[in-house]
Structures are given as C-alpha cells and as structure tokens.
Design a protein around this ligand. Structure first.
Ligand code: UFG
Length: 342
C-alpha cells in the first residue's frame, strides 16, 4: 500500500529520523514496520530487548532506554537528528493500573513529561501520541466523536488523559505540534507475520479466544446482561496495520506543517461495533475450530458499547481503515500459530 498517495511532496528522509518510543510493543512494532516499508528512517527507543522474532529491530537504530532515565534519553536526542517523535511507550493493563497507580502515573505521565522536556531542549517539537478510547470512560452515545467529554474510569485511562493535556500545553506554550490518536480496540497482526500481539499476561479478547482453542479450554465471556442486542459488550475492533497507517499520515501531516502550536485529537476506529459473542462466532468461522463458551460475571469497568466515530480521521488525515474483521482474525490466528504453536 502506498501511504503517500495523497501528497505530491517528496521528503529527503535520509536527513532526519522518526523516533518511535515503545517501538518493540504491539502497535509500536507494527508502526515501525510500516514506516520502514514506506521508506522512513527510524530510531526505536524501548526499555525492553527485542524478542527473538523481532528481526527488524536489528536493521534499524535501536536504543534501549527507559523514559524515566532522563540522562539516557538526552543521549539519544544528542546522537540523532530527530524530526518527529511517535510516542507509544506506556504500561497498558487497565486492571493492573487499578492496583498500582504509582507505577502507571510514573511510567506513563512522568515518562511522557521527560520525553517532552528533552524534545523541547533539543528543539524537536512534533509528536504523535498514542492515546486511547479509555479516556472516554462510559459513554452513552452510539458513535463516540472527539467532542465527547473525557471521563476515564481507570488509572490507565487517566494517565493517557493527563498526558494529552500536558502535550496540549506544550503546543500552546512551547509551540509544539501534535496529534493525540485515541485507539479503540487494537487487534490483528502483521500480514507477513513479522510482529503481532504478545502480551504477558494476555487479557485481550481475540488472543484469549485463540488461547482457549489452542488449549482446548472454555472461553469465559464476561457478562451476558449488558444493554446490547445479545447481552455481550460491543467494541470497535481496529487492525494494527490501520493504526500504523494513521500514524504515518499523522507524521507526514506534522512534517508538512509550517505553523506551530497545532494540536488535534483524533479517534481511530472503524465506526462498526461487534459484540463479544459475534467475535467468538467469527473466530470459529475463520479458524474452523469450535469455541467452548461459558458466561461468567461482568468484568469491573467494562462499558456496554464503545464504538468510534472516525469522521475526523477521514477528514483531517484522509485515513480509511482497510482491514475487515475477517482479516483481523485471520492475521491474529496466523500470528498465534507462528509464535505460540511452534
Ligand atoms: N472479554 C471477555 N473475555 C475475555 C477477554 C475479554 O469476555 O477473556 C470481553 C471484555 O469483557 C470486553 C471485550 O471482551 O467486553 C473486549 O475486551 P478487551 O480486554 O479485549 O478490550 P477492552 O475493550 O477492555 O479494552 C481495550 C484496550 C484498552 C482500550 C479499549 C478501548 O485494552 O486499553 O480497548 O476501547 F482503552
């Protein structure tokens, strides 16, 4: 896919680099691959070592740095000419954030502040921030647009909401330009199985269903009495390759900007919702395997329905999701078989 089809500009990308924090993570690594496929020069910053299958990490500049270590962070900005930062690095487990708020505020909020501080010091003032639909909390509306009030119900969601505010202030006061991209339910894997979902512990819906199939155990659906047609929660499942393409479009948008102080919040979702039971049925269709289902109690903090309005992303970024649910599950299953059933 040519991500540059909407522009007539040709960048001399050898001169500057895109710094991707959390570039070894689930969405970060897919974005790194898409950036490389599109010809960008990338520096990955991550506090973890590449996993054995992450071959791409050995062909790009890789800096093993924790955002809490400001000295190491500064060394990276001294070493490279960075034009735009794409900031993924964060802890993402909602449940854990409720038990260890200090861990989440420190890593996600202080880490972001450190990054912005060093960016400002080195006059790097363009950032694409990885935010989340969790900033909306319980929203009663059918399609959530960016004007819906933020009301995060978890510490995790609050760390992202606070980070958005800090970035917005850096735009207003220090002339930064930024996008906060609020993802709905990220899923799927790289179609070439170069990277994919590999959390430990795994709590997300699709890999949990695949786990149940692979281990021949019952899959537990959390609640069947929600205010939805089949009683199970509805979410907006968006392929990581589509998230990656949105990051590239946002990066290019910032590169093209000639003014400073730009800040926009953009939802990234398909605009279509599927219930948990519908996802189970789709997984059965794609894998050809039966899923043994058990309904259990609701999981605290789950809302009935979270589906994006993606009109703003279409308008501002010219972004259109390319993958459907079949492709999401197919790539997730191929990835699962590659790394878990080898
Ligand atoms: N679910 C089950 N059983 C499981 C796992 C999940 O029934 O074993 C259900 C959940 O209860 C929920 C749905 O599947 O109704 C999706 O759950 P996920 O854990 O996959 O995702 P969430 O919607 O809870 O959250 C994800 C991200 C958040 C982000 C949110 C945005 O983890 O960071 O999407 O919509 F904020």
């Amino acid at each position: 896919m040519n991500l540059f089809y909407k522009t007539s500009f040709v960048y001399d990308m050898s001169k500057s680099k895109i710094l991707v924090t959390g570039g070894l993570g689930y969405i970060g690594s897919q974005t790194v691959l898409s950036l490389l496929d599109s010809g960008f020069e990338v520096v990955i910053l991550d506090k973890n070592q590449p996993k054995e299958y992450q071959n791409f990490a050995y062909i790009v500049d890789f800096e093993r740095v924790d955002l809490l270590n400001i000295g190491d962070l500064e060394r990276v900005f001294k070493k490279y000419k960075i034009e735009v930062v794409i900031h993924f690095a964060a802890f993402i487990e909602v449940g854990e954030s409720q038990l260890k708020p200090e861990k989440y505020y420190k890593n996600n909020v202080v880490g972001t502040l450190n990054l912005l501080t060093i960016m400002h010091r080195y006059k790097v003032n363009k950032i694409v921030f990885s935010s989340t639909a969790a900033v909306y909390g319980f929203s009663g509306v059918e399609l959530i647009d960016e004007n819906q009030p933020r009301n995060p119900i978890s510490v995790y969601g609050r760390t992202k909401s606070i980070s958005e505010d800090i970035i917005n202030d850096f735009c207003k006061i220090h002339g930064f330009s930024a996008f906060s991209l609020r993802y709905f339910n990220a899923c799927g894997a790289d179609p070439q199985t170069r990277t994919g979902e590999d959390h430990n512990p795994e709590t997300h819906l699709i890999p949990c269903i695949l786990n149940a199939i692979a281990n021949n155990v019952t899959f537990k659906i959390f609640g069947n009495n929600y205010n939805t047609p089949d009683g199970t929660c509805i979410r907006d499942y968006i392929h990581t390759t589509d998230l990656a393409s949105a990051h590239i479009l946002a990066t290019k948008y910032l590169m093209d900007l000639t003014t400073s102080g730009f800040y926009e919040v953009v939802n990234l979702g398909t605009g279509q919702g599927f219930s948990v039971s519908q996802i189970v049925q789709s997984v059965e269709q794609v894998t050809g395997c039966k899923v043994l289902v058990e309904f259990v109690d609701r999981r605290p903090g789950d809302s009935d329905r979270l589906v994006a309005s993606n009109q703003k992303a279409k308008k501002i970024l010219n972004w259109e999701p390319q993958s459907n649910l079949y492709q999401i599950i197919k790539t997730a299953w191929e990835w699962y078989q590659k790394i878990k059933l080898k």
